[in-house]
Ligand binder design. Sequence first.
Ligand code: ZN
Ligand code: ZN
Length: 345
Amino acid sequence: MVAEAALLLVRVSVLGIFSPTVVTIEAGGQHHALSIENGALKVDAATQQNFRIAGDPLVTVAVIDKGRPRITRKFRGTIEARVSNGAILLVDELPDEEYLPGTVALESLSDHPEAQKAQAVVARTFVQRGARHAREGFDLCDLTHCQTYRGADGETEKARAAVAATRGEVLSFDGKIAEVYFTASCGGATNDVADVWPDGARRPYLRSVPCEACRRADQKWETTIALADLARAIDQPNARGVIITDGGAGGVVRNVRIEGAATTMTGEALRMTIGRALGWSRLRSDRFTVEKRGNDLHFRGSGAGHGVGLCETGAADLAKRGASYREILSRYFPGTTIDARRTGR
Ligand SMILES: [Zn+2]
Ligand SMILES: [Zn+2]
């Protein structure tokens, strides 16, 4: 067993999506009301720079809206609060092994033990790889941008078991912590990371691999987007169409040219931009074709998400067919090994 001193502490921003300005925090019989007064944090009757309370073992946080709790959640570890951008920034600080059960069940499509163990190793590797939000004063957010996390409320018995069974295990390649991604369904084969994010480094273990479960399942989608909506979404009033200029393995769109706007962008950037402006159910993946029909663009594609790394649909299927989590991981991250995680980043 790894000594407690060797655990990696992770700092997760929680409940930020609600931009809370009034919260109540309870732990170990203590009850505090936090609000913002003249831009400063007010705890009970006094203003103070920041606030910190350790769980006993849990901290209960309620976001108050118009005098009523809008959402209440329980967290392990220590909750810190300070004012940031006009809202109360809440950060949950806890050892990675205690954080992981609060994300694994939420991000895994399957509750099969081997699929959840694979998710646990990927989630731990993601944490080990480092802080995406260092400039904001924390490591991870609690949204899909990093990994969905709901504290102790997101945990399940199975997720806790999957984390315990893989304790300390991370994916490495060539002696370095691997760069990991996961995706809901790949549409028949995962995407090479270099096709989706061409500016990043090429990673031999993030190449396109076939995915039988997604090939068997019908993951086709289509959507029609009015040219006017596209123009608004990409902020190019003269946009008259989308032309795929460059594709990668398995039909992934690497680059597109926007007709009438002399602009190019990656397929992934187009998906993200349309997702933010028009909703995520429109351009669902980076594998698509596009056809102009009058004043509309008709997209047809398959899969969901960026398609890089561990395919959740494929992992669920492989687990059901008897694959171990190690087999699942070596399928989607070929050439990686499972190593003991380090205590620093
Ligand atoms: Zn994030
Ligand atoms: Zn798949």
